[in-house]
Design a protein around this ligand. Structure first.
Ligand code: GLP
Length: 259
């Protein structure tokens, strides 16, 4: 695991956007795995900025999102389809037909999940998966005790996740308690994984993922078994890392001896 600690949210996001942009420039038909939530917002803004400056084009890019709520229509303001359109897709030249979200089609959950997996395979797999992290260690909506080999499927959300995400819903608005999520096994097949963590409220879970034991109770800890993961976090999210100084040192060495 490469652990990159940067002073601010902005620097974390610029770092992530540069990695995505480099991939998009070198492989114009890249397959990106995308995430929702607040941690990735500034990264999307930085990508939009690069697009506006004509530094890159998403014309031939395909994307697969990690998850989607069950029971929200795509045009609902809290659906992840809506989020992706608003926060990224509407502002770049990506072909929306090439943007896949694990939505339930025609009420058939099982088939929708199977088709989502097949679509990823058909496109040759995910080159780069962007991840946020839930405060309970979830990646996508793979809640604690999810099978570490799981595939795309329907998942019930924990109380913790529902209450963390309640801030996005209006009072009296229906907040789904179920979602379709890419599985942990699916995520782990990505060529490269970029996990972002911002803020003090993520410091404990970041330490669990990077330094804790591998356990389905902290689903993100499975990333320790992937050989191409970059964890990019701000200073606040790094405060519980036992080997903080070591990560700062190894990153300096990385900058010196690579590229
Ligand atoms: C949601 C999403 C996750 C995301 C997580 C963290 O639960 N399903 O994919 O990583 O929130 O969100 P935030 O970045 O807002 O902390």
């Amino acid at each position: 695991m490469r652990v990159v600690i940067l002073p601010t949210e902005k620097e974390v996001s610029n770092f992530a956007a540069d990695i995505i942009a480099n991939l998009v420039k070198t492989k114009q038909n890249s397959v990106l795995g995308l995430a929702t939530g607040s941690s990735v917002l500034l990264t999307y803004e930085a990508l939009i900025e690069k697009y506006r400056k004509r530094e890159l084009s998403f014309q031939n890019i395909t994307s697969f999102n990690l998850d989607e709520y069950i029971d929200l229509k795509p045009n609902h303001s809290q659906s992840y389809r809506y989020y992706m359109n608003q926060k990224l897709f509407n502002h770049i030249d990506i072909n929306k037909h090439n943007t896949f979200i694990p939505e339930c089609i025609d009420g058939n959950y099982e088939l929708s999940c199977i088709n989502f997996e097949l679509e990823i395979k058909k496109h040759g797999g995910i080159d780069l998966q962007l991840l946020g992290i839930g405060s309970n260690g979830h990646i996508g909506f793979n809640e604690p005790t999810s099978s570490l080999n799981s595939r795309t499927r329907v998942k019930a959300l924990t109380k913790n996740t529902i209450s963390n995400n309640a801030r996005f819903f209006k009072e009296n608005e229906l907040q789904p308690s179920m979602a379709i999520t890419m599985g942990i096994g699916t995520i782990m097949e990505s060529q490269k994984i970029l996990l972002l963590g911002l803020g003090k409220h993520k410091s404990k879970v970041v330490a669990d993922i990077v330094e804790g034991p591998l356990s389905s109770f902290i689903p993100g800890s499975i990333l320790q078994q992937h050989n191409n993961v970059i964890v990019v976090i701000d200073e606040h999210a790094a405060t519980d890392l036992k080997l903080y100084d070591y990560y700062i040192h190894t990153e300096k060495m990385h900058q010196k001896y690579t590229c």
